[in-house]
Structure formats: C-alpha cells, structure tokens
Design a protein around this ligand. Sequence first.
Ligand SMILES: Nc1ncnc2c1ncn2[C@@H]1O[C@H](COP(=O)(O)OP(=O)(O)OP(=O)(O)O)[C@@H](O)[C@H]1O
Ligand SMILES: [Mg+2]
Length: 240
Amino acid sequence: MDGHMPPRVREPIVSLDGVTRILTDGPAPVTLVADIAMEVFPGEVVAVTGPSGSGKSSLIYLIGLLDEPTRGRIVLDGRDATRASRSEREIMRLEKIGFVFQFHFLLPEFSATDNIMLPMRKLGRLGEMAMRARAAELLGQFGLGAAGHKRPHQLSGGERQRVAIARALANDPLLVIADEPTGNLDSRNSAIVFDMFRRLTREQGKAVIVVTHDLDLARTVDRQIRLVDGRVVDGGLATA
Ligand SMILES: Nc1ncnc2c1ncn2[C@@H]1O[C@H](COP(=O)(O)OP(=O)(O)OP(=O)(O)O)[C@@H](O)[C@H]1O
Ligand SMILES: [Mg+2]
C-alpha cells in the first residue's frame, strides 16, 4: 500500500458528473468541455494536461465556481454547487477554494501582506489583527518573513508566485486550483512551487488541481487528468 494514497472511504473534495459547458452567446455554439467525470480526494495533487485549446482553463474555471456548467453536477465538499444560489456559490468559493494563476495577479499598489489579506477581507470573518497575524504566519511558512511590507515589483518572480500561493491559502481552503502557476518561472522556482503543493496535500490534507504544460512536472504528481477536445481521455476518476 502506498502510505500517501487517501483511503477510498474518504469523500472527494470535489466531484464532477456529466459536466458540459456550451457557450451560446456567439454566432454558433461553442463547446468548451463535454461530459466531464472526475473526482479529487483530500491529499492529492492532480495535474490537468492537454493541448492548447483542449479546455483546461475552462474546466478549472467551472471547478473553481467562476463559471457555471450548462449541464451536469459539481459537488464541492459534499454540497451540490449547481443547486446553490449565486451568493451561496460565492461563499463556497471564498471558503473552500484558493486560486493561483500564471501571472500572479498581485495588486501592484499593495504590499505582500495586504495582498494576502484580500481574500480574508472579502470573506469578512476575521478582524484586522487576526488577518495580519494570519498573513504573517503564511509569509513565514513560505520563507518570506521579511517581505511583508514589500510591493510586488520589489520581489523576484519566484517570490511573487510564493506570495500568490500564500494568498490562495489565506482562508485555509480545502482545494487549491492553479492555472499554469509555473508558466513564467525557471525550473528551480517551478520545482519549489510543486514542492509546496505536495506539502499542502501531505501535511494538511488539502487537494491541489494544477494545469500545466510541463509534462516532466506533471509526472511528479499523484495523478494526471488528460483532456483532448474538451473531454477527459485519461485519469478523471481515481482508480480503486
Ligand atoms: N469565451 C470564449 N468564446 C469562444 N471560445 C472560447 C471562449 N473561451 C474559450 N474558448 C475556446 O474553448 C476552447 C478551450 O479553451 P481553454 O482556454 O479552456 O483551453 P486551454 O486548454 O486552457 O488552452 P491553453 O493551454 O492555451 O491555455 C478553445 O478552443 C478556446 O478557443
Ligand atoms: Mg488555459
């Protein structure tokens, strides 16, 4: 038995069933993803791979509750997001999901600390002191203890991406979703980012879904979900 594999009795953090997204606002309908079945368990790092235009970003926007499927069901932490209201989905997203993008999307006029506090401010559960303490704790965990006051342009690319990951973790989400988080990083910083993802899953039982073009990095994770033409061709369901 592999000690890292989550026991099968555990519930998935997220599962998708028959998820299809069709855009109908243009001259002809465009199918972004079709009939997706997948699940991700606590403790897993899952890579989403596939050719450009295969629907990777579209899929993780759906999983991240930033878009809604035309058909199908998305269950996040036991709750059917497709039956929730818009405001309920917003709260599910802020509480349970952290996002990391290729371009870090840190606000340039804000310090690292203030960037990390943004998701906490949106959720509105903590007071100012508690938010600052949480930001300082995260900065420390990511080896950025002395960088809290710095603004993004005063940080290196690798440091910026670590701040972006710290920000994604601000509300202690169950699931971290990352779209090409290492697309702009050299191989050393890319390896650091993937090591962080592994630690989050191994030590904290979170799950990470990471879109990557880097097949060498994709091979280092627990499972690869491969997309072609908006459909899962491999790896959607964890094999028992
Ligand atoms: N708003 C839109 N309107 C029309 N077509 C779209 C829209 N968004 C995405 N598409 C199309 O849907 C398909 C999937 O796009 P998506 O961005 O999910 O691919 P991807 O796998 O993330 O690609 P990449 O590796 O280049 O980031 C592509 O063919 C894209 O052109
Ligand atoms: Mg993409």
